[in-house]
Design a protein around this ligand. Structure first.
Ligand SMILES: Nc1ncnc2c1ncn2[C@@H]1O[C@H](COP(=O)(O)OP(=O)(O)OP(=O)(O)O)[C@@H](O)[C@H]1O
Ligand SMILES: [Mg+2]
Length: 480
């Protein structure tokens, strides 16, 4: 696969001595401002280490960045409408449910709670829409996916422009700072939580973060707590695992979720998006209890279902998107879609299977999963499809055209890695954060709140930062 390049913001390599010196400063800046994570190998709550980061901000075309920013409220509203269209969700997820137990469990909760009568009609979305530039298409952005649950790195990446500015100044290039957009994702995301809290309207209520047993990405979560504690000192935040929620909460006669004797106003999930986070029935019971309650969920179970890959694929089918977004806006949204195909047992499903087997490198195969590391790439797409061709299992996947982003040279700084690092080929993925609060009939708030850039080695399929593959970055806007 030959991929063209964008020039790095400064000519590389940097002088060796300068490089070693600036990396030392940058690492300390990162540690002292919480651009950090817990060490997976030697876990201790007493220390954090630097999160992997890219030393110099990576180039990104200004027009495409602006396009993504401007589209975010349109996409927020699209997902909000999808989540409230019961027929569309039912129809779209039907085949995947038969073979994907995790999605089926979420779906069952959704159906059960609707049948009982929804206790809280307001939902809170803290979303992130992810993009790669499609190099063969003039570096125009294409949507990788839309995250509706536990969209991470809004907090840490809010600090990154300041870090990049510091680094550029140390290198004598303070003038370049003007090309780096501000990032207020943290305050924007937190305002979503506090606005939802105010809508709940109970002064004694608390906010509940649903967390993993061990939070490696602790900075990204704690910054939300610190920010809310500064802006709204009266709001208490609790962190609980699903198992603790099972043990420590109850529903009172008003269907309030009660923890420590106080009603929960907002439940913010930073866990609960993958099967391993539900090791027993207790976690599913906890999820159901929360869903039954009057707490405002971030996300509601219908938002979570709307964020499945299957829905993304269904929206790309002719006429589907246009059911939710009309006129010029639908043209703008369609423009960011890349080829997406269902693998159902019908004519178009068979055609998609044939097409991918014939030209596997052009595609990515995706199951209904979040959290990274689940997709199938390259020659393995062919192997997987040959294996699943006659099995119902294949309906749990979607097929997506592989996006080919431009390469850019850079330095990745990782904890424990030798300094100075080599110059490597990288590709960047832009995420735009959005906040939406509303009911089926009324939207109270809908905005774009910030961005993140994460960058990975050009030959890595995926770039999860928490998974140790990607590195935090910030965009250096180019007028091309
Ligand atoms: N169509 C594609 N073309 C090229 N790369 C892709 C494509 N789809 C996904 N990827 C790569 O794989 C990564 C993971 O894919 P995706 O975001 O769909 O999965 P996920 O499990 O939901 O990830 P996340 O944890 O970021 O939510 C992306 O960040 C991107 O680097
Ligand atoms: Mg995702």
């Amino acid at each position: 696969m030959s991929q063209a390049r964008l020039a790095s913001c400064l000519p590389l390599p940097l002088d060796q001595k300068v490089l070693v010196n600036v990396i030392e400063k940058a690492k300390d800046w990162a540690l002292m401002h919480g651009v950090g994570m817990r060490d997976r190998k030697n876990f201790t709550k007493d220390s954090i280490q630097i999160a992997p980061f890219v030393l110099l901000p990576s180039p990104f075309p200004r027009t495409e960045f602006t396009k993504a920013v401007e589209l975010q409220p349109v996409l927020n509203e699209l997902m909000h409408k999808v989540a409230h269209d019961d027929d569309f969700l039912e129809h779209t997820l039907q085949n995947a449910l038969q073979v994907d137990e995790f999605t089926a469990n979420l779906y069952d909760i959704w159906v059960k709670v609707r049948n009982e009568g929804i206790a809280q009609s307001v939902s809170l979305g803290l979303f992130r829409s992810d993009y790669l530039m499609q190099h063969p298409d003039g570096n125009r952005i294409k949507q990788v996916e839309f995250n509706t649950i536990a969209s991470s790195f809004g907090a840490i990446t809010s600090h990154l422009p300041a870090m990049s500015r510091y680094i550029l100044r140390q290198l004598g290039h303070g003038d370049m700072i003007k090309n780096m957009p501000e990032n207020r994702a943290l305050s924007g995301l937190c305002s979503g939580i506090t606005d939802a809290y105010d809508l709940f309207g109970v002064p004694t209520a608390i906010v509940l973060f649903v967390v993993e047993e061990v939070s490696y990405n602790i900075c990204d979560q704690r910054f939300h707590e610190f920010e809310i504690s500064e802006t709204r000192p009266e709001i208490q935040i609790y962190r609980k695992t699903l198992n603790e929620i099972y043990e420590e909460t109850e529903l009172n006669d008003k269907k309030q979720l009660v923890l420590d004797g106080r009603p929960v106003a907002v439940v913010y999930y930073r866990s609960g998006y993958e099967p391993a986070q539900y090791p027993s029935n207790r976690e599913w019971e906890a999820r159901l209890r929360v869903e039954r309650s009057t707490a405002i969920k971030c996300p509601s179970i219908s938002y979570q279902l709307a964020g499945t890959k299957k829905v993304q694929q269904a929206l790309a089918a002719p006429g589907a998107l246009e059911r939710f977004v009309r006129g010029a806006a639908s043209v703008r949204v369609r423009d960011i879609f890349t080829g997406l195909y269902a693998l159902d047992f019908d004519d178009s499903g068979e055609r998609a299977v044939d097409m991918a087997i014939a030209d596997a490198e052009r595609f990515v195969l995706k199951p209904q999963r979040e959290g990274g590391g689940n997709n199938v790439y390259g020659a393995e797409v062919r192997d997987a499809l040959l294996r699943m061709r006659h099995s119902r299992e294949r309906a749990a996947y979607i097929l997506m055209e592989r996006i080919l982003p431009p390469l850019v040279q850079g330095y990745v700084v990782r904890p424990g890695a030798p300094v100075p690092p080599p110059v490597v080929d990288l590709v960047s993925e832009l995420g735009i954060f959005g906040v939406i609060i509303g009911t089926k009939d009324k939207i109270y708030s809908n905005k774009q709140v910030g961005h993140m850039l994460r960058t990975k080695l050009a030959d890595a399929n995926e770039g999860g930062v928490a998974a140790g593959l990607g590195a935090l970055d910030s965009p250096y806007l180019l007028d091309m």
